[in-house]
Design a binder for this molecule. Structure first.
Ligand code: ADP
Ligand code: MG
Length: 229
């Protein structure tokens, strides 16, 4: 479902005459099969988010190759990637990234609007998805009127509403207390079981890493270990 081959990445800081090059990823190769939950663990600064942003097409690739669901996306333009992402890849972030001026319903409806879905169909799909993540009755709440765990569920619903094959999650439990964290991990497992969604989950938390069928370990921009359970 995801195949990454010899991916390297560096950031350049400073002006022309005084440029510093920061190597962030070095020759990273791995793959994730359909229906797998894979966790990617590693210290802060080891390059995890950069890797996820490259896979999701939010950063221009510098070298190496990325194939998603059989499509080589390595040379996709930003626009091509944006179109490809819809209905293929959903995202969940540590800080939820909900639009504060929109209700839970409106946040979940947004991808459907981008996809050009009719209003009637949008309503059915958004409500169904909110129910799936346990938020029936909270449709008209704004993010500020929801707990952290509920806000993260809204963001899961938003990631889910276009029936993606893959969900990429960057520290999804990073802002949650341990009980809410457990609930979210349970929800992820449930979605993986019932909908066969493939998950790639970044975490620096060993407890979160345990929900993966497999765990990848990142250190200083390189994969150092692959633990198979
Ligand atoms: P992680 O998610 O594992 O904490 P990141 O991928 O966010 O790691 O960052 C890896 C390294 O790349 C860090 O040293 C970080 O400072 C650097 N970095 C990340 N984004 C940028 C950027 N846009 N410009 C410059 N350096 C960056
Ligand atoms: Mg990160």
């Amino acid at each position: 479902m995801i195949e990454v081959k010899q991916l390297s990445h560096q950031f350049e800081l400073g002006k022309k005459d005084k440029k510093t090059v920061i190597p962030v990823l070095q020759d990273v190769s791995f793959s994730v099969t359909k229906g797998e939950i894979v966790t990617l663990v590693g210290r802060s600064g080891s390059g995890k988010s950069t890797l996820l942003h490259l896979i999701g097409g939010f950063l221009p690739r510098q070298s190496g190759a990325i194939t998603i669901n059989g499509t080589d996306v390595s040379n996709f333009t930003e626009a091509q990637f944006a179109e490809f992402r819809l209905g293929t890849i959903g995202f969940i972030f540590q800080n939820f990234q909900l639009i504060q001026s929109m209700t839970a319903y409106q946040n979940v409806e947004l991808p459907l609007i981008l996809q050009g879905v009719s209003e009637t169909a949008r309503k059915i799909q958004a409500l169904e998805t909110l129910e799936k993540v346990g938020l029936k009755g909270f449709e008209h709440h704004y993010p500020s009127e929801l707990s952290g765990g509920q806000q993260q569920r809204v963001s899961v619903a938003r990631a889910l509403v276009l029936n993606p094959l893959i969900i990429l999650a960057d520290e999804p439990t990073g802002s949650l207390d341990s009980e809410t964290e457990e609930d979210l991990l349970h929800l992820i497992k449930e979605l993986n079981d019932s909908l066969d969604i493939t998950f790639l989950i970044i975490t620096h938390d060993d407890e979160v890493a345990k929900i993966g069928h497999r765990s990848l370990m990142m250190h200083d921009g390189a994969l150092i270990d692959q633990e198979v359970k």
